[in-house]
Write a protein that binds this ligand. Structure first.
Ligand SMILES: NC(=O)c1ccc[n+]([C@@H]2O[C@H](COP(=O)([O-])OP(=O)(O)OC[C@H]3O[C@@H](n4cnc5c(N)ncnc54)[C@H](OP(=O)(O)O)[C@@H]3O)[C@@H](O)[C@H]2O)c1
Length: 291
């Protein structure tokens, strides 16, 4: 029996990744801020699949919380770096405190958890690490925001470690999930319009594909769920960057109206977790205070 730690497991893709891992018999450590939703999911999965699951409530943008999760990550077989969020406004219009939390969540937290988990995995000769990146990492999506750059970091980090000699010659594997539009709380929380239905993937489908990929004997370094996005990601990767920045092709946040992320306000539009409890997005804390 092996144990997987899943960040951002209170709703969306993280909850579906936890379900898919539980269905394969893995014990689970579930991480997010929404403690109630985590407790509910842990109880459901324990009953449904006879596994051990426990909630580890943590705000990954708070250093003390992150260190607690890193301590738990030293002792696991599968690390799923899924928690993530975007700010739906261009970099010139956001408050720095919001950007800092976005980078803490999408860049610092996954790096810290890989730093905690990887040495132990290499020592034991067993382990899988999945980090959820985005199609925004491979092409000009979310122009003018630091979100795409943060997701590009997650992809580059995975590739850098996965292709290193020490990892390549070990049974440990790292995979980046290059994800297109998917139905979840993500867009509501970022305060942007929902993606076009034709291009929107279902989260349980994405989770099953990702979990299947990391269970291969040799998992892929990059996993792109769905044929549509395999083609699109391939085009974005190989077409000249400038040819893809035409209006209509790339969403350019610098041309949008000033909205809830305007740097005069220090908070972004609030989202709700699947559990129905009010859950703040990346740019806000439960108590409304900036840390
Ligand atoms: N949806 C898309 O179209 C799309 C496309 C490409 C990539 N992605 C990536 O996919 C991943 C999953 O996103 P999703 O679509 O499932 O979004 P989601 O429904 O908004 O879920 C985000 C998860 O991250 C957790 N989270 C947010 N801030 C956190 C914090 N400060 N500390 C701890 N946990 C935090 C949330 O839980 P709490 O609020 O309870 O903390 C939630 O469980 C993200 O990395 C996202 O960047 C999404």
């Amino acid at each position: 029996m092996s144990t997987a730690l899943v960040t951002g497991a209170s709703c969306g893709l993280g909850a579906d990744l936890a379900r898919a891992l539980a269905a394969r018999g893995h014990d689970l450590v579930l991480v997010a801020r929404g403690a109630e939703a985590l407790d509910r999911l842990a109880a459901d999965l324990t009953i449904e699949h006879g596994i051990k699951a426990h909630a580890l409530p943590a705000d990954l943008t708070v250093e003390a919380d992150l260190e607690q999760v890193a301590a738990a990550a030293c002792d696991i077989d599968i690390l799923i770096n899924n928690a993530g969020a975007a700010l739906g406004a261009s970099f010139d219009r956001t408050a720095w405190a919001d950007e800092q939390r976005m980078l803490a969540l999408n860049v610092v937290a996954p790096s810290r958890l890989v730093h905690a988990a990887l040495p132990e995995m290499l020592r034991r000769g067993v382990g899988r690490i999945l980090t959820v990146s985005s199609v925004a990492a491979v092409g000009p999506a979310w122009q003018g925001t630091a979100y795409g750059a943060a997701k590009a970091y997650e992809l580059a980090m995975t590739q850098s470690f996965a292709y290193s000699r020490r990892v390549r010659t070990s049974p440990v594997a790292l995979t980046a999930l290059v994800l297109g539009y998917m139905a979840s709380q993500f867009h509501v929380r970022a305060g942007v319009t929902a993606p076009p239905p034709l291009l929107t993937l279902a989260s349980p489908y994405v989770a099953k594909q990702a979990v299947r990929a990391i269970h291969r004997r040799r998992p892929p370094v990059v996993c792109v769920p769905s044929m549509r996005y395999k083609v699109l990601a391939g085009l974005l990767r190989h077409a000249p960057y400038r040819s893809l920045t035409m209006p209509g092709l790339a969403k350019d946040f610098t041309t949008g109206p000033v909205g809830a992320h305007d740097r005069d306000t220090d908070t972004v539009a609030s989202g709700r977790g699947d559990g129905g409890n009010d859950v703040p997005p990346v740019g806000a804390h439960r108590d409304g205070q900036a840390h």
